[in-house]
Design a protein. Structure first.
Length: 131
């Protein structure tokens, strides 16, 4: 299962990239589990230069932001419309068995335009269960 929150499909500028969907696991295990997400996007000019992931909530997520180059992580599509992947760990506060982490992803293009941010959340749990 993945979390797919709704987002505004109205870009801040007609040339700005648009995130149409984002998928990410509902839960990760603190410091051991690598979550793999996918970002679905449209960009009329095909000039996205970066994606920035920012922690909005999660007291022990010791990260200001994560920057990546979407075209190096393309899963399918082209510069104008496609899907790229990203990976992320989580870190929960000591003494807390689980914590809800809220993150935000935003795309930027060569002109300096930014997409509307897309927020996503997941549960960061204490440890990987034994199988």
């Amino acid at each position: 299962p993945t979390i797919t929150p709704e987002a505004s499909l109205t870009p801040t500028h007609v040339s700005a990239p648009v995130i149409t969907n984002l998928t990410f696991p509902e839960r990760l295990y603190s410091d051991t589990d690598l979550g793999k997400g996918e970002v679905y996007f449209i960009d009329l000019e095909g000039d996205i230069t970066s994606a920035q992931i920012t922690a909005l909530a999660g007291e022990c997520m010791d990260v200001d932001f994560i920057a990546l180059e979407p075209y190096k992580k393309m899963i399918e599509g082209e510069p104008n419309e496609g899907i790229f992947g990203f990976e992320q760990y989580c870190y929960r506060c000591p003494g807390i068995s689980e914590e809800v982490i809220l993150m935000q992803l935003q795309l930027f293009d060569e002109e300096g335009y930014a997409s509307e941010p897309w927020a996503y959340s997941f549960l960061c749990e204490d440890e990987t269960p034994y199988e």
